[in-house]
Design a binder for this molecule. Structure first.
Ligand SMILES: Nc1ncnc2c1ncn2[C@@H]1O[C@H](COP(=O)(O)OP(=O)(O)OP(=O)(O)O)[C@@H](O)[C@H]1O
Ligand SMILES: [Mg+2]
Length: 370
């Protein structure tokens, strides 16, 4: 297979403010034409990472390459990237046309050529006819499209977007998500997108990096991350899951594991685990089943506490003897047991995701880029 060439490479990038390390030894390749999203909660280092790629922030350690060129000492305006920030940052005293044309005027491009480009881009973001409007006379979504047009008109190879839809209401945000995704596909530009909204990330991205405390805990497609979270943080952050602490009592020859908890046993698959290691076992609510008798390899007992009907599915809570609550969701007629029933929980062993609890091991895996 031909190896894809990264358009952006972060090589052991670290950023410190004083004693505070906010981005820790990040290795990352982003490929041409990709919609790449950094997802994580407030303060985890997303904006800092984006600003280092744009050149607004110096690195404490490591290197950044754009199309194989070391851009460590290159000022922002020389990098073939453009940034769209959360606040629209339009020039309030300029109309839409002048806002979009600004970069081209600075570049001393010919008037006719500017006109052609601005017209084309405004058409693309569906703002033809708005040329003479002032920013104060436009809605949030329209202003954000002007900001995007202003970045796109420079024909960047890469567009960096820092929570560009954060200020919009939910309905407009959903609409703009689709518009942006289409625009990106249409233009084939590489998008590096920052958000703390997991649904937004899942909707738009080719790949997502889950960031926590200055580290990328996992990078992958939405499906990979949802189905095979590598860490407890990722399992908790994306969608819902039940996480159990368990001891690996047996590593069988076929690669399967026997896990023992204080209040039950389960089977699972996983590589790289040792006998007697304490692990987390994560299972999605939609995989949890219950029955009145133990089912092969599983012996976890609980009591049905509550059912909540949400349209076509039922969300059930089951309480284990130690008080831990297990979430289950299913179609109403699948293995339904009334509130108060004593049940045995089970699921297909390949639905269990087993994770190390040991942080050193975890960060070894992350450093190895696995
Ligand atoms: N100029 C600075 N000086 C000192 N600390 C800073 C500076 N800029 C950011 N930080 C700190 O670095 C950490 C990461 O900040 P960053 O802005 O990258 O977070 P973020 O993931 O973008 O968060 P949010 O979702 O809230 O925008 C935070 O703890 C922040 O306080
Ligand atoms: Mg930020």
């Amino acid at each position: 297979m031909e190896e894809k060439r990264p358009i952006i490479r972060l090589d052991h990038v670290t950023k410190r403010y004083g004693d505070n390390t906010v981005v820790r030894n990040v290795n990352l390749d982003i490929y041409e034409g990709e919609f790449f999203t950094m997802l994580g909660s407030s303060g985890c280092g997303k904006t800092t990472t984006l600003r280092m790629i744009a050149g607004f922030e110096e690195l404490s350690e490591g290197n950044i390459y754009l199309e194989n060129e070391d851009v460590g000492n290159m000022p922002p305006y020389k990098r073939n990237v453009n940034t769209v920030f959360q606040s629209y940052a339009l020039f309030p005293h300029m109309n839409v046309y002048k806002n979009v044309a600004f970069g081209l005027v600075e570049k001393k491009m010919k008037k006719e050529e500017i006109h052609e480009k601005v017209t084309e881009i405004l058409n693309l973001v569906q703002l033809s006819g708005f040329e003479k409007r002032m920013p104060s006379q436009m809605s949030g979504g329209q202003k954000q499209r002007v900001a995007i047009a202003r970045a796109l008109v420079n024909n960047p190879k890469v567009l960096l977007l820092d929570e560009p839809l954060g200020a919009l209401d939910l309905k407009l945000r959903k609409q703009m998500q689709l518009e942006l995704k289409h625009l990106q596909q249409q233009l084939g530009i590489t998008f590096v997108y920052v958000t703390h909204d997991q649904e937004e990330a899942l909707t738009m991205s080719d790949r997502i990096a889950i960031m926590n405390n200055g580290v990328f805990e996992q990078i992958g497609t939405a499906k990979e991350i949802y189905e095979h979270p590598k860490t407890k943080f990722v399992a908790d952050f994306i969608g819902e899951s039940n996480v159990f602490e368990a001891n690996v009592s047996e590593v069988k020859e076929d690669g399967s594991l026997k896990l023992i908890m204080e209040y039950g046993d389960m089977e699972a698959y996983g590589d790289g685990f040792e006998q007697n290691e304490i692990v987390y076992a994560s299972i999605r609510p939609e995989s949890v089943k219950c029955s009145l008798e133990p089912v092969n390899g599983f012996n976890i007992r609980g009591m049905v506490k509550e059912h909540i009907y949400i349209g076509s599915i039922i969300r059930t809570t089951i309480e284990l003897p130690n008080g831990q609550l297990v979430k289950k969701c299913a179609q109403p007629d699948d293995d339904f047991k009334p509130v108060g029933s004593l049940v045995y929980l089970h699921w297909s062993p390949d639905k269990t995701v087993v994770m190390h609890t040991n942080e050193d091991k975890l960060y070894d895996l992350i450093d190895a880029g696995e």
